[in-house]
Design a protein around this ligand. Structure first.
Ligand SMILES: CC(C)(COP(=O)(O)OP(=O)(O)OC[C@H]1O[C@@H](n2cnc3c(N)ncnc32)[C@H](O)[C@@H]1OP(=O)(O)O)[C@@H](O)C(=O)NCCC(=O)NCCS
Length: 148
């Protein structure tokens, strides 16, 4: 059985490192704002093993007008656990948390290879493909949240 828990920024590295920063130094796993009081990190456990992580930042993107925006970052599932539904459960957990904070808009920079995953949860691309140095091609994606 899987469960989702609040975890620390350091605990995310066990998944960020192999999935998102393979072959890069451990310091590359640290994101700006990781330890702000408004930042939350969630881990999904399968039989007590941490198999996926995601982080939610209370961060405004000036492209959007909404006053209450949250950014999702560092969504990663260990390769041997991908395509089993863990990612979707983590994403929906983030959405429930953001709704509880009265968030109106969720945005993130999605790897091109993950765009279809997010589209299944009704996120839409905004603008053109762009490159994040050393990481690769990305799309800005967003979803508006219905008020509770
Ligand atoms: C992208 C990622 C987070 C998705 O998590 P996951 O646990 O593998 O996804 P799920 O099993 O919950 O998939 C949910 C649905 O999306 C689909 N899906 C998952 N990853 C996909 C992908 N990369 N491309 C297309 N569809 C995908 C699944 O097939 C499933 O569809 P279904 O409901 O029709 O069966 C995970 O594969 C991952 O960590 N990838 C490498 C790192 C990465 O790209 N992170 C995102 C950075 S923006």
């Amino acid at each position: 059985m899987e469960i989702i828990k609040n975890i620390s920024s350091l605990e995310t590295y066990a998944v960020r490192q192999p999935v998102l920063r393979a072959g890069k130094p451990i310091e590359s796993c640290q994101f700006d704002g990781d330890d702000l009081p408004t930042t939350k990190h969630f881990g999904i456990y399968n039989d007590e093993k941490l198999v996926g992580v995601v982080s939610v930042f209370n961060k405004i993107n000036g492209i959007f007008n909404s006053p209450s925006q949250f950014q999702i970052r560092g969504m990663a599932i260990l390769s041997e656990y991908q395509k089993k539904g863990f990612g979707e459960k983590l994403l929906h957990h983030c959405e429930a948390y953001i709704k509880s904070q009265n968030g109106a808009l969720i945005w993130f920079n999605a790897r091109e290879s993950a765009v279809s995953f997010y589209e299944k949860s009704n996120y839409t691309k905004v603008g053109a493909l762009f490159s994040i140095p050393e990481i690769g091609p990305h799309y800005l994606m967003k979803k508006e949240i219905d008020p509770q």
